[in-house]
Design a protein around this ligand. Structure first.
Ligand code: ZN
Ligand code: ZN
Length: 92
C-alpha cells in the first residue's frame, strides 16, 4: 500500500493513521469469521479534509489465508499443520 490514495468523497489525499487489529464479533466486518479467527488487521486511513475514514486489508490475505514454511519458504494453507513440501512442522 504505497500508492497515495485519495478520498472517495472529496478527493483530498488520505493520511495513514496506522494499523489496528479488529476483534471479530461486534464489528461489522463482512468477512467469514472462520477465516479471520483471532482478529483482523486493517490499515486505517483518514481524510484530513472531510474526516472520512477508510480501512484497507491488503496485508490480510497473506496473513490469514497462508502460512510460509520457515524451512523451505513454501506457502501453504493454514489449515495444514505441516509443510506439504518438506514436512516441517508449523511453529505456532
Ligand atoms: Zn474527504
Ligand atoms: Zn517446507
Amino acid at each position: 500500500m504505497n500508492e497515495p490514495m485519495n478520498c472517495l468523497r472529496c478527493g483530498a489525499q488520505l493520511v495513514r493513521l496506522g494499523v489496528r487489529t479488529f476483534q471479530l464479533g461486534r464489528e461489522t466486518v463482512a468477512f467469514d469469521p472462520h477465516v479471520w479467527e483471532g482478529g483482523l488487521e486493517l490499515e486505517v486511513f483518514g481524510c484530513p479534509s472531510c474526516g472520512k475514514v477508510e480501512l484497507f486489508s491488503g496485508k490480510v490475505q497473506a496473513w490469514a489465508a497462508e502460512y510460509e514454511c520457515p524451512v523451505c519458504h513454501h506457502r501453504y494453507p493454514r489449515a495444514e499443520d505441516r509443510c506439504p513440501r518438506c514436512y516441517a512442522k508449523r511453529e505456532e
